[in-house]
Design a binder for this molecule. Structure first.
Ligand SMILES: C[S@@+](CC[C@H](N)C(=O)[O-])C[C@H]1O[C@@H](n2cnc3c(N)ncnc32)[C@H](O)[C@@H]1O
Length: 273
């Protein structure tokens, strides 16, 4: 597949044009368009994002996020990076776990959770929630792209991304960046909507997704399209096995996954050895 950019001497052929395409939900779009479209989705829903999560998942997203934090076991001296961290859910849980670890060990909290997200509106919501929860120490907020993280090599003990990687234009590049910023011995954890393996359950889940979620999105956020994108983008995301291979291709080892609700969501975990 050609990867060179178009120049005067390389006329756009059908092949090069399709190489520059990706998907935004079920639509094919130009590569450079996707980031802007995704940004539009989260600009539009930022203020109602957390409420919609609770309604859509009947609160289950809290359980999935709790399980990811439990796997990570954040310790009080660690530096953790939460990418596509949005309104801070994962970061808050990890920080709380680090504080508990500090109390248990009777040590000071010296670690930090860095939240990185491409969308300033989502980060703004996160910062406001942190203030409401009195979580002022141990958190930092960064606007940046998962494909080009604004952090030094081998800086973090762990990298998390929850319901974010599906929105990234070049997923393999984001995984390579995850590998770059994690120290040897560090961990990787990714929560994402995934593939339901049991056919009748998948049929029921599809019906719920396409009939209920966009309508609910319209009612709560006034943006049906944003939630239509959500349900479509889930179907475009690679199934568990394929995603595991992509994580391994980025360099991580001991890649595993665990399904929740029969694969509605999967938690992929891995180590940098
Ligand atoms: C569905 S939200 C998930 C937020 C949070 N992690 C959670 O679990 O509630 C997806 C987030 O990914 C962010 N995002 C999308 N593309 C991104 C990219 N290329 N780099 C970093 N963040 C991105 C969006 O701005 C949004 O905040």
């Amino acid at each position: 597949m050609p990867t060179t950019p178009h120049t005067e001497s390389s006329p756009i052929t059908e092949e090069t044009a399709s190489a520059r395409q990706t998907h935004f939900g079920f639509r094919d779009v130009q590569l450079q368009e996707k980031e802007k479209l995704v940004r539009g989705v989260f600009d539009s829903v930022a203020s109602r994002y957390d409420l919609m999560n609770d309604l859509m998942s009947a609160g289950l997203h809290r359980y999935w996020k709790r399980e990811m934090t439990a796997w990570l076991q954040p310790r009080c001296h660690e530096r953790q990076l939460d990418v596509a961290g949005g309104t801070g859910d994962i970061a808050f849980r990890c920080l709380e776990a680090m504080k508990q670890d500090a109390t248990r060990k009777q040590q000071a909290l010296t670690g930090e959770v860095a939240v990185c997200d491409i969308n300033p509106a989502m980060l703004q919501q996160g910062k406001a929630r942190a203030i409401d929860r009195n979580l002022l120490e141990g958190l930092s907020w960064h606007c940046g792209n998962a494909e080009k993280l604004p952090f030094a090599d081998k800086h973090f003990d762990s990298y998390t991304i929850a319901f974010g990687i599906r929105n990234v234009t070049d997923i393999q590049q984001a995984l390579q960046e995850a590998y770059r910023v994690v120290k040897p011995g560090g961990r990787f954890a990714c929560l994402e909507f995934s593939r339901v393996a049991v056919a009748p359950v998948r049929t029921a889940y599809d019906a719920y997704s396409f009939r209920v979620i966009p309508a609910l999105g319209q009612k709560i956020t006034g943006d049906r399209e944003a939630y239509q994108y959500l349900v479509e983008s889930i179907r475009r995301f690679p199934p568990q096995e394929d995603f595991a291979q992509m994580i391994e291709k980025a360099g991580f080892r001991r890649v595993k996954w665990r399904n929740f609700q029969l694969g509605v969501v999967a938690l992929h975990t891995a180590w940098k050895v």
